[in-house]
Structures are given as C-alpha cells and as structure tokens.
Design a protein around this ligand. Structure first.
Ligand code: SAM
Length: 281
C-alpha cells in the first residue's frame, strides 16, 4: 500500500526508445495520476499499455498549451497532474516550462521524476569533455539564422549539444565546421534502440560521411570545445592593469587582472608598482 500522493504537478521523464528505461517510480506516479498531460495521446497510450495501466490523458502541446494551462493549474490544487512528453524529459526541447512556472506561481507542489534525456545520454557516449556543456536544442532550419545561432556560441568554452534530424544533418555539420572551425564531434543516433550508434570524428569528416547518406532515426550532435586559447600576452595584462589602476588601488587592480588572466596576483602587484613608478617619474 502506497502513501497517497499529494496534489500538484509531477514532471515524469519517459524512455527515449527502450521502454525498459521507464523507472519504477515514473510508472508508479503515472499509474496514480488523476490526469496525464501528454503531447500525443497515441504515443503515451503505448507507454501506458506497456505498464498495463489506463489513465485519463489530456493533450498539452505547443498548439493548445495557452488554452489548456489554466485548467490544469486549477486541477493541481486538488489532483495529481502528471506531465509527460512523447519521449525523454519534459521541458527539454518539449512543452512544459510555462506550466511549471504557473504551477509555482499558484503555490502548487512541483515534483520531478528524473529519467532519460537524449542530450545527456549522447553526451555520455561521445567521449568529449563533460565538465562544461551548453545545450542548444534545435538550431533554426534556415541557413542564415542557423549560421547566426552558431556564431553566437562560437566563443563558448564548453562542449555543445544539439538536436538534429537526419535529412538536415550534413548541412548542419558543414555549418558548424564553418562557424566553429573543424572541432572534434560526435553524432549519436537512435540511443537505446536497436540501431544505436555513436560516430566520432571532426566536423568536416562527419559532414563528408553524411553528405550523400542522410541517416535515419533520431540524432544528437555533440561538438567539443574550442582548442585551448594561447596564454595571454604579458602586454595585454599590463594594458589591463594600467586601465584597472585608473579605477582601483594597485592591490585591487592586481587582484582583478590576476583573476581575469589566470596570472599570479603577487607578480601582477609588482608590475602594478613598477607601472606606478614609471607614471610617477
Ligand atoms: N525531451 C526530449 C529529451 O529529453 O531528450 C527531447 C525531445 S525533442 C522534441 C526530440 C529530439 O531529441 C529528436 O529530434 C532527437 O534530436 C533527440 N532524440 C530523442 N530521442 C533520441 C534517441 N533515442 N536517440 C537520439 N536522439 C534522440
């Protein structure tokens, strides 16, 4: 016998391919929900069939969310409302953030039942740095807007994660190579399904590979961070120090510039004093 669930919003992650990845807790919450907000009831019906339950579903997707949301928020005061998407973690390139925002604003309980997410699963497969990563979702389909979106992230010192479709993959990889340089990358496809694969190479190599053979299925592209920047030139640090000393005492200026350039604070303080001596002379 389970304790009764408190009313509120339950964000339930579902499998991205392999139904065996539905967690026991996710199945338990779904089986006890008063209503499940779904993107596509046919998709979620399949999942519910897999765990042998039937629950009321209500559509919640990009086209009806604004109309449906107030009713769902109202129900959360007295009922268990579960939110799922067709696959993976709701809200991640899927509807839901406004539902969570409004549920919080109304003072309702908000609980997440974590589970599969294609972006994170792909990151674990790629063999690229995982200490800092930046999720881009889907890039714009039009080439101009896509190039602009890529330019915006070119300077970010992190691994990039993006969702893409098979027919657009080669053009996307080429645009990434043009905008970011030929970085190390990976194409993760059909994760947790029969034809799962993760192909690694540079962006140019991968673009060539897929140019005449657009892959089938669902895809995540992972792009490694930019190569290490050269160490800052000491002249740059001196210029920054001179500027900082117009605003700050020498010790504070040295601290600020040391932090920004990753240099030794005491060494910079000595340079600051030398610069001060030169300007006082
Ligand atoms: N909310 C989902 C999540 O947590 O990953 C993502 C939803 S988004 C609308 C769907 C995209 O996720 C697909 O177009 C594909 O890029 C990626 N994706 C979903 N399942 C995948 C899988 N099994 N293998 C690779 N990519 C997948």
């Amino acid at each position: 016998m389970h304790a009764e669930l408190s009313p509120g919003l339950y964000i339930v992650a579902t499998p991205i391919g392999n139904l065996g990845d539905l967690s026991p807790r996710a199945a338990d919450i779904l089986s006890r929900a008063d209503v499940i907000a779904v993107e596509d009831s046919r998709v979620t019906a399949g999942l519910l069939r897999h765990i042998g339950i039937k629950r009321p579903m209500t559509p919640y997707h990009d086209h009806n969310a604004d109309q449906v949301r107030p009713g769902l928020i109202e129900r959360m005061a007295r009922q268990v409302v579960a939110l799922v998407s067709d696959a993976g973690t709701p809200l991640i390139s899927d509807p839901g953030f406004k539902l969570v925002r409004d549920a919080r604003a109304a003072g309702h309980l908000v609980v997440t039942i974590p589970g599969p997410c294609a972006a994170i699963a792909a990151l674990t497969l790629a063999g690229l740095p995982t200490d800092r990563f930046f999720f881009l979702g889907f890039l714009p389909a039009k080439s101009g807007a896509r190039a602009e979106a890529i330019r915006e992230v070119a300077g970010i010192r992190a691994t990039l994660i993006l969702y893409e479709s098979g027919p657009r993959l080669a053009a996307c990889l080429t645009a990434l190579a043009e905008g970011l340089g030929d970085r190390e990358a990976a194409v993760a496809r059909e994760i947790s399904k029969k034809f799962e694969e993760c192909v690694t190479g540079t962006l140019v190599q991968l673009a060539e590979r897929y140019a005449d053979a657009p892959p089938k299925g669902e895809i995540v592209v992972i792009v490694g961070p930019p190569a290490d920047a050269p160490p800052p030139a000491i002249e740059d640090a001196d210029a920054a120090l001179a500027e900082a000393m117009t605003r700050l005492p020498a010790s504070k200026a040295a601290g600020e510039v040391a932090k920004r350039f990753g240099l030794d604070r005491r060494e910079l303080y000595a340079r600051a004093m030398a610069l001060k001596g030169e300007s006082d002379a």
